[in-house]
Ligand binder design. Structure first.
Ligand code: ADP
Length: 160
């Protein structure tokens, strides 16, 4: 049985991510959503908070686990065992970066393949950074993120 790993920052999770999670969970027997920490980025939410927001937003999906993962993704995938990475692609602009990551991960862990799902056209424009930016200016994020995220975002941006 292959396990899909869907890695990302999810700072915070959006409807675009949720759509990808739902579609992977329908294709694979088991999905591990890995909330990663990139040492070059600074985050709005702690890894465990990001993981909790995802869990609260996917309660109907029984074959999905959400974990906050440390270190290299290639090593995390070895711990999971018999895994394949699945990424979402919104536009050509995502492709170059994701292609590079897929090759690096394959070099670090030759058993590890990466597969891509195209974004739903409703969510092509949607990223966590767009959500953070809209919220920081007091804009309406209700069509971009699940309810659990709106609650946590209000603690950071009381105006929304
Ligand atoms: P973001 O770019 O939103 O900060 P992440 O690093 O959390 O995203 O993204 C994790 C994965 O989800 C990446 O493969 C990314 O391309 C994909 N992804 C992000 N937003 C969407 C979306 N709206 N639709 C489909 N895939 C997405």
């Amino acid at each position: 049985m292959k396990t899909a790993i869907y890695p990302g920052s999810f700072d915070p999770v959006t409807f675009g991510h949720i759509d990808i999670i739902r579609r992977i969970s329908e294709t694979f027997d088991r999905l591990v959503v890995a909330v990663m920490r990139n040492s070059e980025k600074s985050y709005l939410f702690e890894p465990e908070e990001r993981a909790e927001m995802i869990r609260s937003s996917i309660s109907g999906l029984k074959n999905v686990e959400v974990v906050a993962a440390e270190g290299l993704l290639a090593d995390f995938a070895k711990q999971v065992g018999n895994a394949v990475l699945v990424k979402g692609l919104r536009a050509v602009s995502d492709f170059e970066y994701e292609f590079q990551l897929a090759l690096i991960n394959k070099k670090l862990n030759p058993a590890l393949d990466t597969m891509f799902l195209t974004a739903d056209d409703r969510y092509m424009f949607l990223s966590s950074s767009v959500v953070r930016e809209v919220a920081s200016y007091g804009g309406d994020i209700s069509e971009l993120v699940p309810e659990a995220v709106i609650r946590r975002m209000r603690e950071k941006f009381p105006g929304i």
